[in-house]
Ligand binder design. Structure first.
Ligand code: GLN
Length: 245
């Protein structure tokens, strides 16, 4: 697959990167490289320039409430505007936990002020008195995804976004309605750390394929890879998650 290139923008990697979230970026990068796709990873932090139109695929990981304060403020400026324009133009995004919350309308921490989000998802998150911690299995169109959640935020979806998956094990969005994550256009949000993509390779390829088709048109199909190890990791993690059911 020569002549293809993708640009990944990693949002706030120093502030929003917990429970192995960086593994998602490494997985996307490596699965592109194995196929001869030229891939560049650009890190964007507070105050950095981000131009709409430059990014094919965004990654935005999780973080503590304290880090989210800095990030939420930065997102109210030009960086947030650029992301919103790209998302309206069908750029691909994977957002996890704290990043997912800030792609919604707001995150309301426990007993402090609301942190505004950028409203890509018609979703909002309120911190609860306790945390949802543990392994998660989420049934999605791209198979059963396995990950690890640790959040106090309860996320609720409005009519303008749909759930990314349904929880089989774990709490997911809010511990009440069985939903896990959100999906609007090509933007995905979820609570799955762990990291998500190394042990869910079919979904990693879905993101890469979406980004390639958006950029190059309909016929960009991905050659398959030997996913023996990734499959074994998925099976082991899923078996462990089922024990916590
Ligand atoms: N601070 C947020 C919460 O607890 C996000 C946590 C995270 O990203 N793991 O809900």
């Amino acid at each position: 697959m020569t002549n293809y290139s993708l640009r990944i923008t990693w949002l706030y990697p120093r502030l929003m990167n917990i429970y192995g979230d960086r593994g998602n970026v490494r997985t996307l990068e490596q699965r592109c490289q194995w196929r001869g796709i030229d891939v560049a990873v650009v890190r964007v932090g507070p105050g950095d320039d981000l131009m709409a139109g430059d990014t094919d695929l965004y990654f935005f990981g999780g973080g503590q409430d304290r880090e989210q304060i800095t990030v939420a403020a930065d997102l109210q400026g030009p960086t947030g505007d650029a992301i919103k324009r790209d998302m309206a133009d069908d750029a691909v995004a994977l957002t996890v936990c704290g990043g997912y919350q800030l792609f919604g309308h707001y995150y309301r921490p426990y007993a402090t002020e609301d942190l505004p989000g950028i409203g890509v998802f018609d979703a909002w998150s309120d911190a609860g008195p306790d945390r949802f911690i543990g392994n998660v299995l989420s049934e999605t169109e791209w198979g059963t995804l396995v990950g690890f959640e640790n959040h106090s935020g309860r996320t609720f979806l409005g009519a303008g976004t749909r759930p990314f998956g349904r929880v089989v094990v774990g709490h997911g969005n809010n511990g009440q309605d069985g939903t896990e994550g959100a999906l609007t256009r090509n933007a995905f949000g979820c609570y799955l750390h762990g990291s998500l993509l190394p042990k869910n390779p079919a979904f990693a390829d879905h993101l890469i394929g979406l980004a390639l088709r958006r950029k190059y048109g309909g016929d960009a199909t991905l050659p398959s890879l030997d996913d023996t190890l990734e499959g074994a990791a998925h099976t082991a993690a899923a078996a462990r998650a089922k024990q916590t059911r």
